[in-house]
Design a protein around this ligand. Structure first.
Ligand code: SAM
Length: 286
């Protein structure tokens, strides 16, 4: 059965397994890539807001560089993140609607943006990011895929802890209908408790898949942005492939209301990045 993001077992009762399913070490390179983009703002970047921060596995790598505020829909995931990142501020909230009443030097939306399955949802997240971003700051979005590059995914991973708990997962992600804006992932989780008992959980997740023009249009159309895009469509979605393109030139730059201090928006596809290829290798070794 497909459940809404708020009802997923993975981010609810299974949250204590998150560090074994998707270990913090797997985020090291991705977080470094994100940090470089966040630091490409035209103002010094100290205060960073992460929307959809999950178990805090990016935050654990970013918190030495930035003063982090973390927002997630799931109290169970926030509880895991608080244990890992007690020095960070945590807030429960929906990335579409949360308003913290303050601004940050940069806003980071990593893989959790995948749970936006309609253009309306995605627009709201982009508006949330801009609403919290200071003039001169950067809003960074890292969708798992874009429609142009999507290929069906089969993946597996997981790890064990020293106390005898272990988790393994199998993932199949397909696009049942290329004409709509969502794809579907079937997950099987095999979970071994410290007492040796094992259970299996199957869960279906529906996540968003948007074309690059849709991303660009939404980024250009966010409320605080007047809509001037710099660069062409190919250059605006940054791929951190082996060539390591210069994100300072390849990002999307939108003129904000304050013309002298545009808020810069950068998006790149997570599954195209060199960091994720490395992560995939780590998963294979586990
Ligand atoms: C794959 S996990 C993120 C993992 C994260 N990158 C980490 O470092 O641990 C996806 C997260 O998105 C969150 N999420 C889904 N929909 C959301 C929404 N509308 N607003 C905020 N968080 C949301 C889930 O609760 C979940 O914690």
């Amino acid at each position: 059965m497909t459940r809404s993001a708020a009802d997923h077992h993975l981010y609810g009762d299974l949250a204590p397994w998150w560090p074994l399913i998707s270990a913090p070490e797997e985020y090291t390179e991705e977080a470094a890539t994100a940090a470089a983009v966040l630091n490409s703002a035209s103002i010094p970047v100290h205060e960073v807001l992460e929307l959809g921060s999950g178990g805090g596995h990016n935050a654990v790598h970013l918190k030495s560089r930035f003063d982090l505020t973390l927002v997630d829909l799931s109290e169970d995931m926030l509880a895991m993140s608080r244990r890992l990142n007690p020095e960070c501020a945590h807030h429960q909230g929906d990335m579409r609607t949360v308003r913290l009443g303050r601004e940050f030097d940069a806003v980071f939306v990593h893989d959790a943006v995948a749970y936006m399955t309609t253009e309306g949802d995605l627009r709201q997240v982009i508006e949330t990011a801009f609403a919290h971003c200071r003039p001169g700051g950067v809003a960074l979005f890292v969708p798992d895929h874009t429609a142009e590059a999507f290929e069906p995914v089969t993946d597996h991973g997981g790890s064990d802890d020293p106390g005898g708990r272990g988790a393994r997962y199998l993932e199949w992600t397909t696009d049942p209908d290329p004409d709509d804006t969502w794809i579907q992932s079937e997950y099987a989780f095999l979970l071994r408790d410290a007492d040796g008992s094992v259970r299996v959980v199957h869960e279906t997740h529906r996540t968003g898949l948007f074309s690059r023009p849709a991303w660009l249009g939404l980024l250009a159309g966010a409320d605080r942005v007047e809509g001037t895009l710099f660069g062409n469509g190919e250059r605006t979605i940054v791929r951190n492939g082996p060539a390591q393109r210069d994100t300072s030139n390849a990002g999307i730059q939108c003129r904000g209301v304050e013309r002298d201090h545009p808020v810069r928006a950068v998006a790149y596809e997570r599954h195209r990045s060199a960091a994720v290829r490395t992560r995939a290798k780590i998963v294979e070794r586990a």
